[in-house]
Design a protein around this ligand. Structure first.
Ligand code: NDP
Length: 311
């Protein structure tokens, strides 16, 4: 068992890094467990144009790296790894990592974010990395001059389709209805992009070809006409939202039906000393700047909690 830490921050996205900057500056020497996607969603994004302070925008990975260096400057330490089990019912809290190491903490800030949602098609998981992807920034380059399909009707789908249009010969956005959750500006941009085509009121029945070991096409179904047809495609990008990473805390933290942490005011969970920050609790705003703000709130609450407990 490691020494007893004041603050352990789970997750190293915008929320976790901001909580690290604040708790480090409060001299609490936080430990950040980076999780299985260090840097969170910004680490797989390109241009961030809406984070205040960067008039020309900034690349997502650069923004994250800056935050990390800022936190390290004040004494935060970072460690690879992910929590497998958490005992939040007894104090100090115990966090067990994948490699079996156990960490004890007086306070825990949960900033574990949310992971990509999949369609659960019969062949989808078998073809991940062979044409199926949830990350345009990571995999778009592989589809230079090829046919790309993006699934979804939200901002993620529009953003991915626009980005992928730099590479693909064509990009088809397939959406299950005719109305879009995407913001007007993002939808307009996609609609004006000559490389992007929209296929609405359509669901994907499956992606193939597993025997060939790569994506060669999809089976689509129009939900209005019930027509089922095949379409050739090389890159299949799923952009249908995210699932909060709260599995290790189920049964201890109050979670809603979709697994998001239910807030008990500010950054507080139902357990004193355990705080939330970012997309793991926020299903409404989900922006880098709101996650950063939430990380700040969690840090201030952790600091006050420790002070009240005499640490
Ligand atoms: P959203 O939840 O906004 O949209 C998910 C989309 O996927 C919806 O169109 C939904 O369809 C569709 N969908 C969900 N499940 C399925 C399924 N099983 N089969 C087919 N389609 C499905 O998620 P996003 O990831 O797009 O966005 C999340 C948040 O992040 C939003 O707040 C968004 O504004 C923000 N964001 C902002 C960006 C930016 O500003 N640059 C970029 C990307 C995201 P339906 O509408 O029918 O439910």
């Amino acid at each position: 068992m490691s020494e007893l830490l004041n603050v352990v921050i789970l997750g190293s996205g915008c929320a976790g890094n901001t909580a690290a900057v604040y708790t480090a500056r409060a001299n609490l020497q936080p430990l950040v467990l980076e999780g299985h996607e260090p840097g969170g969603q910004l680490s797989i994004t390109t241009d961030v144009e809406n984070f205040p302070g960067f008039p020309e925008g900034i690349q997502g990975p650069a923004l994250i790296e800056n935050m990390k260096q800022q936190a390290q400057r004040f004494g935060a330490t970072y460690k690879h790894g992910r929590v497998l089990h958490a005992d939040l019912c007894n104090r100090p809290f115990t966090l067990e990592l994948e490699d079996g190491e156990k960490i004890q903490a007086r306070t825990v800030i949960i900033a574990t974010g949310a992971s990509a949602r999949w369609l659960n098609l019969p062949n989808e998981q078998k073809l991940i990395g062979h044409g199926v992807s949830s990350c345009a920034t990571c995999d778009g380059f592989f589809f230079r001059g090829r046919k790309i399909m993006v699934i979804g009707g939200g901002d993620s789908a529009m953003e991915e389709a626009n980005f992928l249009s730099r590479f693909g010969s064509e990009v088809a956005i397939v959406h299950r209805s005719g109305t879009f959750r995407a913001s007007k500006i993002m939808l307009d941009r996609a609609q004006k992009n000559p490389k992007i085509k929209f296929i609405t009121n359509t669901v994907v029945e499956d992606v193939y070809d597993v025997a060939k070991g790569e994506v060669t096409g999809v089976k689509l179904r129009n939900v209005k006409t019930h027509e089922v047809y095949d379409r050739e495609v090389d890159g299949f990008f799923v952009a249908i939202g995210h699932i909060p990473n709260t599995k290790p805390f189920a049964g201890q933290l109050d979670l809603d039906a979709d697994g998001y942490i239910i807030t008990h005011g500010g950054a507080r969970t139902n357990i004193a000393g355990v705080f939330h920050a970012g997309d793991v609790q926020d299903r409404t705003y989900r922006q880098a700047i709101t996650a950063a703000g939430a990380g700040c709130m969690a840090a201030i609450e952790a600091e006050r909690f420790l002070e009240a407990e005499g640490h």
